[in-house]
Design a binder for this molecule. Structure first.
Ligand code: SF4
Length: 64
């Protein structure tokens, strides 16, 4: 499982961080997300998937 970010789409809205701040962090100066760990363990799939689904501009995808 791997988290991918289309950084050009990201508007720094922070929904992903609100849902999973152990995986996503928004830089308030740049209004862009940083993925803290892009290969979550299988045990975190539901948690990470909820955060990916929360992105309103579809900048996040979960592969695998
Ligand atoms: S929810 Fe989407 S737009 Fe907002 S910071 Fe996360 S990736 Fe960027």
């Amino acid at each position: 499982m791997k988290i991918s970010v289309d950084i050009d789409r990201c508007e720094g809205l922070g929904m992903c961080e609100a849902m999973a701040n152990d995986y996503f962090e928004v830089d308030e100066d740049e209004d862009k997300v940083t993925v803290l760990d892009d290969t979550p363990p299988e045990s975190d799939r539901a948690h990470v998937y909820a955060a990916v689904q929360a992105c309103p501009v579809l900048a996040l995808t979960l592969e695998g």
